[in-house]
Design a protein around this ligand. Structure first.
Ligand code: ATR
Length: 272
């Protein structure tokens, strides 16, 4: 049996074992996928051990995505750009390939699952941490008319905008300097984790604005609730992104693409 794992700290809440087990059953792949809690100072050691003892691939979550990028030997272009990765694969020569599937997961959930167009649209992305860095290339590949990154610490947004400027029309702005409204607003800050709202004026919204929170939880996130309270009709949480990034990792490992809709439906049902 081929072994896979998600590594993080904490890891108890992870839905990845359930998602990948469902993918394996569906595609008749013989594999075992577990969740592994790794001590904060032992990422490299834990991965050395895992790959030495039959491990074929791992997903990496908070706070190890940058460690994983440093650990790898080879990179997909989007992983190299992100400088943080959520997927590692042991190749046939034993070297470790890194990919970041978060961005494609987000784009696929928005465009395929929810029918939201990014191409030619005005997009606002909130936050400038690792989570946002990881999704910039796939969003820019959709060729939005304009992508604005707003962050509490403006300098971090400016660095991201400069780093990705060659890929499209990307700019940084402070929250209080945003002009006009947006077609799509994506919350990539960690504010939701602590029940906080990014300091955003409702002037950025129209009734047709699509809001997307990269977080998900059993309740509507504070950001999505804020959007709904201000008349937005489409406020989407990150559950679909979670399943889609997993599907992309699974495809990289197993060369077969699992179907995601039924897995998303099952997970949504369990939260009720
Ligand atoms: P992650 O890996 O989740 O991206 P991170 O790298 O620590 O975590 O980045 C967290 C992001 O959320 C940052 O953009 C942070 O803003 P700052 O760069 O100004 O710190 C943003 N963030 C966290 N809490 C926030 C809050 N209460 N309001 C607005 N932005 C917040």
């Amino acid at each position: 049996t081929d072994l896979y794992a998600v590594v993080g700290n904490p890891i108890g809440h992870s839905k990845s074992p359930q998602i990948h087990s469902a993918f394996a059953a569906q595609t008749r792949q013989d594999l075992l996928y577990t969740a592994q809690l790794v001590p904060l100072d032992s990422f490299e050691l834990a991965l050395d051990k895992f790959f030495k003892h039959g491990g074929c691939g791992v997903n990496v979550t908070v706070p190890f995505k940058e460690n994983a990028w440093r650990y790898a030997d080879e990179f997909t272009p989007r992983a190299q750009r992100a400088q943080a990765v959520n997927t590692l694969k042991k190749m046939s020569d034993g070297r470790i390939l890194a990919d970041n599937t978060d961005g494609v997961g987000l784009v696929r959930d928005l465009t395929v699952n929810h029918g939201v167009t990014i191409t030619g649209k005005r997009i606002l992305l909130l936050g400038a941490g690792g989570a946002v860095r990881g999704v910039l290339q796939p969003i820019l590949e959709q060729q939005p008319a304009e992508l604005i990154i707003a962050n509490r610490t403006l300098s971090k947004a400016e660095i991201l905008a400069a780093d990705f400027a060659d890929l499209g029309n990307i700019k940084a702005a402070a929250f209080d300097a945003l002009d006009g409204s947006f077609d799509v607003i994506i919350n990539g800050t960690s504010a939701s984790l602590s029940g906080d709202l990014p300091p955003l004026s409702p002037a950025v919204l129209t009734a047709g604005t699509v809001c997307y929170d990269m977080m998900y939880s059993t309740q509507t996130t504070v950001f999505n609730q804020w959007a709904l309270d201000h008349g937005v009709t489409k406020a989407i949480d990150g559950l679909g992104m979670l399943v889609e990034q997993a599907a992309e990792a699974f495809a990289l490992w197993r060369d077969v693409r699992p179907e995601t809709a039924t897995v998303i439906t099952v997970l949504r049902g369990e939260r009720r």
